[in-house]
Design a protein around this ligand. Structure first.
Ligand code: KMT
Ligand code: NI
Length: 179
């Protein structure tokens, strides 16, 4: 279940409908899908994609998305620090960034520029679609990272991060995951 936080305003919202509306007003799509399949750390991409094909296929057709894969970060992940650093610096992409969390959790941070920075704790069942060009960063935490998320693309080349170099993420590095 997702939690929206606006640290500078001391606001936290966990009602899914309110979160949906907050994001909709900012052109970011947020939804929750039924998500009750459990996977081992070493589950294959195919198994995970197959388990959610009934939801994924119509979503992808409708949006014109052509490929999907799985990002899996857990205690078996080597080079986690390097992977973390790649997501942790504020960036944009030239296509939408769509993630469906099948397990684990992470914080998606957003910098919409004309308002305080906010973040969404994404967990099992949460789907987020961040429009191309939106300034954002992502953190699965410094220790014990655990993320299993389906990534949906038009073309994987559109996902390459373009870093803004703002270092804004540093200002929020002391934020702890909401419980
Ligand atoms: C990105 O580009 O910010 C990401 O892919 C975030 C990590 S996916 C859960
Ligand atoms: Ni990104």
């Amino acid at each position: 279940m997702a939690i929206l936080s606006i640290p500078e305003k001391n606001i936290q919202i966990s009602n899914p409908k309110e979160i949906h509306n907050f994001f909709e007003a900012r052109n970011i799509f947020f939804d929750q899908w039924k998500c009750d399949v459990l996977f081992e750390d070493n589950a294959s991409q195919e198994d995970i994609l197959q388990a959610y094909a009934n939801d994924l296929d119509p979503f992808m057709k409708k949006g014109g998305y052509l490929t999907a894969d799985v990002i899996s970060i857990n205690k078996l992940t080597e080079n986690y620090d390097a992977i973390r650093a790649k997501f942790l610096a504020e960036h944009t992409h030239s296509e939408d960034e769509i993630r469906f969390f099948v397990d684990g959790q992470g914080l998606f941070w957003f910098n919409m520029e004309n308002e305080p920075v906010f973040n969404l704790l994404c967990q099992k069942g949460d789907l987020i679609s961040v429009p191309a060009g939106t300034k954002h960063w992502f953190d699965a935490g410094e220790e014990n990272p655990f993320v299993k998320a389906i990534r949906i693309f038009i073309d994987m080349s559109g996902w390459v991060p373009e870093y803004t170099g703002s270092k804004l993420e540093v200002a929020f590095s002391g934020f702890s995951f909401p419980a």
